[in-house]
Every structure is written in C-alpha cells, then in structure tokens.
Design a protein around this ligand. Sequence first.
Ligand code: MF3
Ligand code: CO
Length: 267
Amino acid sequence: MIVCRSASELRRLREANQLVGRVLDVVREAVAPGITTAELDALAEREIRAGGAEPAFKGYKGYPATICASVNEQVVHGIPSPKTVLKEGDIISIDLGALLDGFYGDSAVTVGVGTISPKAAELLRVTEESLWKGIDAVRPGARVSDIGHAVQVHVELFGFSVVREFVGHGIGSELHEEPQIPNYGDPGRGPRLAEGMVLAIEPMVNAGAAGVKVLQDGWTAVTSDRSLSAHFEHTVAVTSDGVEVLSRPTAKEPTDEGTSIGQAHLR
Ligand code: MF3
Ligand code: CO
C-alpha cells in the first residue's frame, strides 16, 4: 500500500526534508582537499541534532554512520572513515537522512573536490539533470515507471549507464516505504501516483558499465569496472497539480520589503 499523507503529515515531512537540505548544504560547503569523510560525518550529525532531529541511517540495519560518503567509483553506501582523505579531483556523493518529529527526510548530492576532470563534471551534470527529469514526471495520474523511464532516457543519451541494483522509494514515517522506484524501465507501468504520496527519487549513474558489487564491509557499493559513479536524491510530494520538492531548501522569507519566492518551488 502506498500512503497518501494528510496536510499536517506533509508539513512534518517538509520540516524534516528542509532540515536535510540545509544540512546537506553545510556539509557540501565543507568538502575540500584534505578533509576526511569522518569529519564530514561528524559535521552532519552535529547539524542534524542541532536541528532537533536524529540521523536516519545510523543504526539502520546496522549502518554505522550519519551520512553515506561514496567517493569516485563508490556508487552508494560508502562508510565515512578517518582514513578516507579527500583530494583534488575526487567526486563524492553525500547521502543524508534525518528523522524529525516522526517523519523522515532523505536527500543526496554528488560534488567535486576542487577541480575535477571534464568527464567527471559531465557525469555530475547529467546525473543531476536525470533526477530533475524524473521529478518532472511526477504528477497525479502518472505511473511510477514514468519516473525511471525519464531518468534512463536522459542518462543513456550521454552514454552513461543507470544502476539497477538500488532504487528510490516511498518515504514517510519509515525511511523506506512503498513503492520502489527503479531508475530505468518502460513508461506506463506500476502504480498510479496520487496527491499526498511522498517519494525519494535517487538516480545512481555510472560513467562506464551499469554493474555494481558490494565490498567486504557489507555496505560499500562500487562499480564493477571501477568507473566513476554519481548519485543525486530528492524527496518529493505529489501535489494536486504536480510536484513539490520537499528536500530543496527554500529561500528565507525576506525580513524587509521585497517579494518572496520562498514557497514558489520554481525550477
Ligand atoms: N538514501 C539511501 C536509501 O534510501 C540511504 C540509505 S543508507 C542506510 O537507501 F544506511 F540507511 F541504508
Ligand atoms: Co533514499
């Protein structure tokens, strides 16, 4: 069953996801050559708790950290470590979840460390664009597979490949709810979207072949061919006429005169 959330539940999901979006901004700003992924993890945990929330991933099926920090050929679920020192030219996916007042937020970005190669920059651009193609497919009456289809078409246009082993998901009072949201497939399949559904859409895109494997630690997924991989994620709500991106930080209300675009959800 896919839950449709009430207005008050959506308010709480918005709060949780806005916190996640703001913390993700803080953590991405801290990315620089010489910092360790353990330091990024500590920063994220501090900011989440300062916001009155709890890390959502820590303890989830035994996952040991607040963020997933997946560097270069790591696809998702990289475990932060004091031994992982970021260096110029790396790319790092930072995936962050928080539990606030009974509801979950979940979002991820991939960023470059200093100057990155043109190929890496293209991979980041295309992966982020593919997330927005997926988000643009969300509206009442659309089908779940319309999302993945839009992602896949965009990714393959540029010769990159979509990871099959991990999927997006419904999200709410649990981190992972129905439906599963693959990032590939034919359009027009699967459940119909309806107002109040809340979805975490998260394309994972490899520069080389689509295959992935999980390392000995039981978590870190890497590309089988060790090519670079990128990952972007937003939590979105189906609205009466389209979609609201809950995890994208909105501009602060202006304190003096001026027009607020804070709740306009422009894109
Ligand atoms: N965004 C990822 C997901 O929804 C992160 C989960 S990490 C885990 O699956 F540790 F919590 F599994
Ligand atoms: Co997720």
